[in-house]
Design a protein around this ligand. Sequence first.
Ligand SMILES: Nc1ncnc2c1ncn2[C@@H]1O[C@H](COP(=O)(O)OP(=O)(O)OP(=O)(O)O)[C@@H](O)[C@H]1O
Ligand SMILES: Cc1ncsc1CCO
Length: 244
Amino acid sequence: MPEPLVYQITNAVSAQLQADCVALLGGSSIMTRALQEAEESAAACDALLINTGTPPENALELYRSAARAASAHNAPMVLDAVGCGFSKYRSAVIRTLLEEFRFSVIKGNEAEIGALCGAKTAPRGVSCGGAVENAAALAAACAEKYRCAAYCTGKYDHLSDGRRNFRVGGGSPLLHATSGTGCALGSATALFCAYMPPLDASHRALSLFRRASETAARAEGPYSFRVKFLDALAKLGRAEKRAR
Ligand SMILES: Nc1ncnc2c1ncn2[C@@H]1O[C@H](COP(=O)(O)OP(=O)(O)OP(=O)(O)O)[C@@H](O)[C@H]1O
Ligand SMILES: Cc1ncsc1CCO
């Protein structure tokens, strides 16, 4: 199989990390945010990621154009609902997109998945303040509501397809402390969705990230953690591929 091509419409903050992540796990990226290229890029891709971290002014038009072209050839679509609930604009864009398209996977931190499922408290920014009591129920509710695989990251990651529920734990808290790792996880999930079912792809991405963070936890500090984490992820990804 040739390298799967992932079209990542993503944020300006962690785009590099997400491209690195897809490359070291055996895929290739196209990351354009030009509306003029969205349809062609989505028509060419094996999976589409939409990450709403830094939505442009024409976000809805851009996401729609890509989602329409990806859906037309049944490419799996992953929605990373970054910052959902933070602003009216972003929340409305996400809500409309979800009304119009069916995603293979929806992911977010507890605050974001909470906002998607009607929680009353809005997140302050794109990060999640603290543990949510009912994260497992939130992931299941999200999966049921949007008829997809859904996961909620946090102290434990909770994953569901509305029927089967999983919890992933372990790893290092430095993973949460490193900006953009949740976004990289979304990109890895999209890559795996190119060649395995959405629930399996999500579970694989969540487990690989936790395991790689464990290896990297011996780093001297938070920035060398980042480098060690990517090295460990590449190594684990290669080992898993050989074993298949
Ligand atoms: N307490 C924790 N211990 C270990 N790993 C964690 C913990 N909290 C989150 N993670 C892991 O950190 C990664 C990012 O999750 P997080 O919930 O911080 O996402 P996020 O808020 O979307 O991140 P970002 O916005 O920085 O991309 C995931 O792989 C998740 O499994
Ligand atoms: C800080 C930040 N703001 C929008 S996206 C992003 C990266 C982590 O989600």
